[in-house]
Design a protein around this ligand. Structure first.
Ligand code: ATP
Ligand code: MG
Length: 333
């Protein structure tokens, strides 16, 4: 791959109609920065990936995809500059997935931490879908179709991205080609942003419903932050807090310019949790107000048009890669 490769690919699952602050901090904020620095962005809504956990209620995925696209645009993705598209509209993702599935060792997939976690939640091989194990193979196809320089994601995606580079290099070795570059993982340096805690201090996740959403109203945001997990041993105002283990303090660190003073006062028992919560509510609502206003202006029809155009641009790149892949493998292209 030549050194002026400035292409970027990333995506979100359509498992909810609402992206949360973790999705924004871990990935979307970086997408917008990279776009504004002149990178060629391919931003996908990963509807097929949603099926690994939503095959029984797939009816919501289409609606979720439109709403997530609205979040992308509200956060600053510009459809004139960046290709925004739905994974299933570019069928080459499925073709490359199939080809990669023939040459990916099962052991690599069985060792993936997210696979082990999800498998434990599902209980029993009879209920475990085949696609769950293959998730990183599909994700690798999503990425490598675009032969990107980098993939901006949150910390939880790092193990999948490693497998992706391994699969790409294995393909190159097997078929004596250099089609696939080794891409970089663009994970936020700040650990709080790379893995933002949810209101309950687990990872903020769409499927845990423990998040504050980009599209929440100021009132919904306030209600949620009031219930957020704080230092359990801080009962009276002057009990010392442990900001590292308190969800509200974590959000202050990201959104409040005064967080260092707020943390110090919390640690020394100079302020109570309700003061932290009120200042946090104000900081979060202030930060997301312009995005929420932009989002309210977006109509479904406009979003569908943007997605059609985005899929066309994505298809051009994806089809060109597939021709090279078929030739390298000796299939009739
Ligand atoms: P689900 O629970 O359905 O898996 P999710 O909230 O984990 O949803 P994904 O669609 O899986 O979201 O991930 C989209 C992007 O957001 C990925 O780059 C992922 O790393 C990032 N991300 C998800 N949760 C967080 C978080 N709490 N902090 C930082 N980044 C996150
Ligand atoms: Mg996830």
């Amino acid at each position: 791959m030549n050194s002026d490769n400035k292409r970027i690919l990333s995506g979100m699952r359509a498992t909810s109609p609402k992206l949360h602050l973790g999705n924004y901090e871990g990935a979307l904020r970086n997408w917008v920065d990279l776009q504004n620095k002149g990178y060629e962005m391919f931003c996908m809504v990963a509807d097929w990936h949603s099926l690994t956990t939503m095959s029984e209620n797939s009816g919501e995925i289409g609606h979720n995809s439109i709403e997530i696209t609205k979040d992308y645009i509200a956060a600053g993705l510009n459809p004139e500059k960046s290709a925004i598209f739905i994974q299933s509209h570019v069928k080459e993702h499925a073709e490359l997935h199939l080809l990669f599935s023939m040459m990916t060792p099962l052991g690599w997939l069985e060792r993936t931490p997210t696979y082990k976690e999800k498998k434990a939640e599902i209980e029993g091989a009879e209920r475990e879908p085949y696609g769950l194990l293959g998730y990183p193979v599909l994700q690798t196809s999503d990425i490598l179709l675009y032969r990107p320089y980098g993939v901006p994601v949150g910390r939880d995606q790092a193990p999948h991205l490693e497998i992706g580079n391994d699969i790409g290099q294995r393909f190159n070795r097997l078929y004596k080609t250099e089609i696939f570059p080794t891409y970089k993982y663009l994970i936020p340096e700040d650990e709080t942003r790379a893995k933002l805690p949810g209101l309950d201090m687990r990872k903020m996740s769409k499927s845990y419903d423990n998040g504050i959403n980009l599209s929440d109203t100021a009132e919904e945001t306030a209600k949620k932050i009031k219930t957020a997990y704080t230092t359990p041993t801080k009962i009276k105002m002057d009990d010392p807090g442990i900001p590292e283990g308190c969800a509200v303090c974590q959000y202050l660190k990201v959104y409040s310019p005064d967080w260092q003073t707020q943390w110090e006062e919390d640690r020394q028992g100079l302020r109570g949790c309700s003061k932290n919560k009120n200042e946090c509510i104000e900081a979060v609502n202030e930060y997301f107000r312009p995005m929420r206003e932009r989002r309210a202006q977006l109509a479904d029809g406009d979003v569908l048009e943007i997605l059609n155009k985005g899929a066309e641009r994505a298809r051009e790149v994806a089809c060109a890669t597939m021709v090279e892949v078929r030739v390298a493998m000796g299939l009739l292209a």
